[in-house]
Design a protein around this ligand. Structure first.
Ligand code: GLC
Length: 554
């Protein structure tokens, strides 16, 4: 299928995948430069929001150099490439990021989680798959795809390892949580060591790793125009293996993916087992990315059909049952319980008494968000940053829902951004709940770490989501807040306290994804065309199926 200019102009983004089965996002072997300039034009010209932004004189895009890897900055930072004077922190961040690069047999293969030698290393000296995503995006945006390609290929090799926890063999498609390069000074050799959860604290499975791997592969393809990598048989097989883990038939009654606790960025017991939004949103995005990466050969075709079906069921389920706004909250508040049969309104038998007090104040008149978790008699009303941002970026959220998520962030700025963007989840779990839900975890006390802590890395996701819904000014505000302290405090992993005023109790300093998250946020804001790497336009076929709220049509 070829790409026509109309496709771009109509949809505002060449990455539109308006019909899952048509797969208009399928990487095409077009002349790289042509594809790039198309994407660039489609974003800048076809979208009024970027045009007006340019009219404000706030940005300047150098069309020739933006996507040209050969025009890499001689200063080792992209400074000057965009024709703007970056914040001093920007150059410092690039320098720090380069120091975290990990080499295997002479080639860069990833970035170390943290360069903090003051604390016990634990596994912070490893390359984490999820942590590498902002690093990889930063390198792609700076025209340095090599490290990303090597990372994708190395982790793919690790996927094919036999994985065991005690005597139990893990699924073939599981991607590692992290890996490390071991140097043998005597033999002068290097080998890789990987952790699939068998060494991780709590023995948690990294469900998100495989999804991030697929998402990064698409970002690489999109940014470089190199479709050959994804088309390699081993990459096609890698995608199939990841998906085999989540598309297999079982006892499920929902299209969402059933997970154990600690299976994502929140990798400790935090009451995120069941159907956590963080994983459902990544699952949705990975399925959509896989759809554009998979070859339509005999093997691929059958899988594509299954993906399309799952996407339809998943988006319906998420948009219907995970969505919460004032109207929906009021409906739940008045729910009847114990309804039997398919006519039930309260399908999951949620008991209104289980509604937490805080949610009534938290819910603004205009705005909404995807719930943390929905299952039988279970609604986790906590707001999760990553899940809601990924829902926007993957277009799991309808355009109306995306706007509503942004409305909520603006209305609850103090709570969600406060003194350091962004809360990983809101609010914190306290007292008895904390004891029961976390198992008395001293690292996850209220307003710390995963329990309502503020994570600078999330800045890139917030920024991408803001740009996608046409509100870059929100991201700009958040970045300004971060710039007040992030570098001065030594790029901490997370901040504590209700508004994120304190460097986290056990936060590592020089945490790589805090650095890379900032860089990606800055580069995207400066050049919104980068957004295409990590964003997918809405599928027009998934239009309104239900109408649950008068304020938002689906
Ligand atoms: C912590 C975080 C996890 C991250 C890891 C390495 O365990 O919870 O999300 O991947 O550190 O930075």
């Amino acid at each position: 299928m070829d790409l026509t200019q109309n496709d771009c102009v109509n949809n505002g983004d060449c990455d539109n995948n308006s019909d899952f089965s048509k797969r208009s996002d399928k990487p095409r072997r077009l002349n790289m430069e042509r594809q790039r300039s198309f994407d660039e034009r489609s974003l800048v010209e076809a979208s009024p929001r970027y045009t007006s932004w340019a009219e404000n004189g706030q940005r300047h895009i150098d069309l020739d150099s933006v996507f040209s890897p050969s025009k890499r900055s001689p200063f080792n930072t992209p400074r000057g490439r965009y024709g703007y004077e970056a914040h001093p922190m920007f150059a410092e961040a690039w320098e720090s990021l380069r120091k975290t690069m990990v080499y295997f047999r002479g080639q860069p293969v990833g970035t170390i989680a943290a360069l903090d030698n003051s604390e016990e290393k634990q596994n912070y000296d490893q390359v984490f798959v999820r942590d590498f995503i902002p690093s990889g995006l930063a390198f792609l945006m700076n025209g340095e795809p090599e490290i990303v390609k090597n990372f994708l290929l190395k982790t793919l090799r690790l996927q094919s390892w036999e994985k065991k926890i005690d005597r139990f063999q893990l699924g073939e498609g599981v991607m590692p949580a992290s890996f490390k390069v071991l140097h043998d000074p005597v033999r002068n050799t290097e080998t890789l060591m990987a952790d699939f959860g068998e060494s991780a604290i709590g023995r948690v499975a990294p469900v998100d790793s495989g999804f991030w791997w697929i998402i990064l592969l698409r970002a690489y393809t999109k940014s470089t125009g190199d479709t050959l990598l994804a088309e390699r048989p081993e990459c096609q097989n890698g995608i199939r293996l990841v998906l085999a883990l989540c598309l297999s038939e079982g006892f499920d009654t929902f299209p969402t993916l059933l997970c154990a606790d600690g299976c994502s960025m929140i990798d400790r017991r935090m009451g995120v087992y069941g159907y956590p939004i963080e994983i459902q949103a990544l699952f949705f995005m990975a399925l959509r990315c896989a759809l554009v990466l998979l070859k339509q050969d005999d093997q691929g075709k059958e899988l594509v059909d299954r993906i399309v079906k799952r996407l339809h069921a998943l988006s319906f389920h998420m948009r219907s049952y995970f969505w919460l706004d004032l109207k929906q909250l009021n409906d739940i508040y008045r729910y009847k319980t114990e309804e039997y049969s398919h006519t039930a309104v309260n399908k999951f038998n949620v008991i209104p008494d289980s509604l937490p007090e805080w949610v009534f104040d938290f819910m603004p008149t205009y705005g909404g968000y995807f719930l943390g978790n929905v299952g039988p008699s279970n609604m986790d009303f906590r707001w999760f940053c990553l899940g809601n941002c990924i829902a926007i970026l993957s277009s799991l959220a309808t355009p109306e829902q995306s706007l509503a998520i942004m409305d909520l962030i603006e209305s609850r700025w103090e709570e969600l951004v406060g003194d350091m963007p962004v809360k990983v989840c809101y609010p914190a779990i306290e007292s008895h709940d904390w004891r029961i839900i976390t198992g008395c975890d001293p690292k996850n006390t209220r307003w710390s770490y995963h329990n309502g802590g503020s994570w600078p890395v999330l800045l890139w996701l917030l920024t991408a989501a803001c740009i996608k819904v046409g509100r870059p000014q929100i991201a700009r505000r958040a970045i300004e807040v971060a710039e007040l302290r992030l570098a001065k405090d030594g790029w901490p992993e997370y901040y504590d306290g209700k508004s994120g005023r304190y460097v986290g109790k056990q936060a590592r300093k020089h945490q790589t994804w805090s650095v890379a998250g900032y860089l990606v946020a800055k580069m995207m804001l400066e050049d919104p065309s980068h957004l295409g790497m990590i964003s997918l336009e809405e599928d027009k076929q998934m239009k309104p199926m239900v109408k649950r709220s008068s304020s938002w049509t689906f």
